[in-house]
Design a protein. Structure first.
Length: 623
């Protein structure tokens, strides 16, 4: 076996950056990338937790190019392998994959290429490592490293344990001279220790990157009328790719149908659909043929698409982990992406219904706890980013993140003590035996049968909210916030009733105040063409995004990308990311040299696509 003597070990930093520029067209390392690449080149093991979109693949793809021998990449998602291999090949890396979906004769030819030393990268599924013939084959060829993607799958403490991953424990003993780099986007400290121990990593360079995704704009809106709110958002984001999450399959179907009726290019996705149709919808989304996917949380695992520009949650997610993972699918290319959570506390009853069906008592209690965590996130009157990162144990240092609705000044904190007292008084006067809509009916003085029958039009609080000229929706929003902030407790199963907590009593008796966020209506819009809301926002230096680009040119370039992608039979984001097209539409390169300055345009892609894009830019400039 070749010893660990690689000329690449003495790469200087500028050599590395130059190689990255040639292959990937990137001009700067993202946080931690350089350190990891250096470690691997020096023969060390690596354990890295980096958020989605953090740029994990470069950490092994660049070494695979610089080192002699093949890098074996273990990845659990067969559905993603082809895109990953296509993307590597587009950059001129020599990559193949082996998994059960590949025909036998094609598998043989991949193994031939491996044996001939023609591969920089070989992607395989973890179950390959159950086969001694495969391990034997690997031993006869020159390898340079192992990269293990989604490494948390090896830990039973994690949320995504896969027995197949257990087979990976043998890598270190079977190939002791090769560095092993393990990557994941999620791992608590406990899971981290477990991964390192199970894989047998040897004094690995350990990286825990910040969970922060600064390019994601975080927003919470009261959930009033989704069929009005969501189309209004979509109209401001024409042609952009995005995901709308709904909790139930029937809501997915209804919303997808409704949007399609409105002329929006939307398709549904959930586990109850015909598998073929579901797959076709995902594929069409991946290829930018469908703009919007309305989905349950079943959607996302097989999604590597980098140009998802928004993720909307039509219903309250059941926990913070899920929420962060789902919004994490937006903006992998680092460009701005918009995440809105439409919050109404009514959604908790659906979630509680599912929790009620859990058999294990501890599991039920844990789920209940997690639901309260996300409720308190939704009701908090503080920077969204700070709250989310705190949940994951990270302290956010700045007092203004710049990319949430709170920090961007889209909402203001207003005092709602008196109004909340009216609501809670109605609850107390009806013996804490009723649910939200009845309480709101009492406050606004509605003339319902239930109120008449129960004599609730006689209580002192009946109609106190009437002359304030506020809608039911307004009262409902305050009530939702009372629950989210823990002043009211929702008690009972299917028809929950509202009861006051200690905190609620404190507000009711004036011992403390109660605040909510109110959206500040900005009248002086609307923006023209595809100008998004995010563009106007104050930008902070920590954000590396393309700000002022020519939208019309971007649209033209996007069309070029789509047609080239079709010709090559790859998804458009594999040809170039939105980031790359945004830079082109800002810098307007008109020569190959200028084109190479654009992020994402390496030598291979310049040769392959440069002329097509230059032609489009020249044509546009002449006009
Ligand atoms: P992860 O696997 O961590 O989610 P990827 O490896 O898919 O992330 O990278 C996410 C996106 O960031 C891709 O579009 C990739 O091309 C881009 N990217 C990675 N590293 C850099 C870099 N140093 N400069 C610019 N873009 C980068
Ligand atoms: Zn903020």
């Amino acid at each position: 076996m070749p010893a660990m003597t690689n000329s690449a070990q003495c790469q200087t930093n500028s050599d590395l950056a130059a190689a990255m520029g040639r292959v990937f067209g990137f001009h700067q390392f993202r946080p931690n990338q350089e350190e990891i690449v250096q470690a691997v080149l020096g023969g060390s093991d690596v354990f890295a937790v980096m958020p989605t979109g953090g740029g994990k693949s470069l950490c092994y793809q660049l070494p695979s190019h610089l080192l002699t021998g093949t890098c074996v990449v273990i990845s659990p998602l067969i559905s993603l392998m082809k895109d990953q291999v296509d993307a590597a090949n587009e950059n001129g890396l020599r990559a193949e994959y082996l998994n059960s979906s590949l025909q036998y004769n094609l598998q043989a030819s991949v193994l031939d290429r491996l044996a001939a030393g023609e591969l920089d990268l070989l992607y395989v599924a973890p179950e390959r490592f159950t086969r001694s013939d495969f391990i034997a084959a690997l031993k006869t060829v020159r390898l340079c490293m192992f990269a293990i993607d989604e490494a948390h799958c090896i830990s039973e403490w994690g949320h995504d344990f896969r027995p197949d991953y257990m087979n990976l424990s043998q890598i270190v003993s079977e190939f002791p001279h090769l560095p092993v780099a393990a990557f994941t986007a999620t791992a608590t400290h406990r899971v981290q220790e477990d991964i390192i121990q199970r894989l047998g990593l040897r004094d690995p360079l350990t990286v825990r990157a910040s969970f922060d995704r600064p390019n994601l704009f975080l927003q919470i809106e009261p959930k009033n009328d989704l069929h009005r709110q969501i189309p209004a958002f979509l109209r401001k984001h024409p042609g952009e790719s995005g995901i709308i999450y709904r909790t139930t399959r029937s809501d997915v179907n209804a919303m997808a149908e409704f949007l399609a009726d409105q002329g929006i290019n939307a398709r549904p996705y959930h586990a109850g659909m015909d598998a073929e149709v579901r797959k076709a919808n995902q594929e069409a989304f991946n290829r930018d043929e469908v703009n919007v996917i309305v989905a349950t949380i079943a959607f996302g695992m097989g999604i590597d698409k980098s140009n998802v520009r928004f993720v909307l949650h039509g219903d309250l997610p059941k926990n913070m982990e899920g929420y962060y993972q789902e919004i994490g699918r937006a903006g992998r290319d680092g460009e701005p992406a918009h995440c809105i959570l439409y919050f109404g506390y009514g959604d908790t009853s659906t979630i509680r219904y599912f929790i009620g069906k859990m058999e294990d008592e501890n599991e039920r209690a844990a789920a209940e706890c997690k639901l309260n965590d996300i409720l308190s996130y939704a009701g908090a009157t503080a920077c969204r980013r700070q709250r989310i990162l705190a949940y994951f144990g990270e302290t956010y240092e700045s007092d203004n993140c710049g990319t949430c609705d709170v920090c961007a000044g889209d909402v203001e904190r207003v005092d709602a003590t008196v109004e909340s007292q009216m609501i809670m008084s109605a609850i107390v006067r009806t013996d804490q035996r009723f649910g939200a809509s009845h309480i709101v009916d009492i406050v606004v003085g509605a003339n319902t049968k239930k109120i008449r029958q129960l004599g609730h039009d006689q209580i002192k609080t009946y109609g106190v909210g009437k002359d304030k000229g506020k809608t039911k929706r307004h009262w409902r929003r305050i009530l939702d916030n009372l629950v989210a902030q823990g002043c009211l407790l929702s008690v009972g199963g299917e028809y929950p009733t509202l009861q006051l907590s200690q905190k609620g009593h404190d507000v009711l008796f004036g011992r403390t105040t109660f605040e909510i966020f109110e959206k500040i209506e900005k009248k002086s819009k609307p923006p023209s063409s595809a100008e998004t809301e995010t563009k106007k926002r104050p930008r902070r230096s920590r954000l590396d995004i393309v700000e002022d680009y020519d939208y019309d040119l971007f649209e033209q370039l996007r069309a070029v990308r789509t047609s080239l992608a079709r010709r090559q039979n790859v998804p458009p984001f594999v040809v170039f990311s939105d980031r790359t097209l945004h830079e082109m539409a800002r810098d307007i390169p008109t020569s190959p040299t200028a084109m190479r300055q654009i992020t994402g345009v390496g030598e291979r892609k310049l040769a392959q696509y440069g002329e097509d894009f230059l032609a489009a830019i020249r044509k546009y400039s002449r006009k």
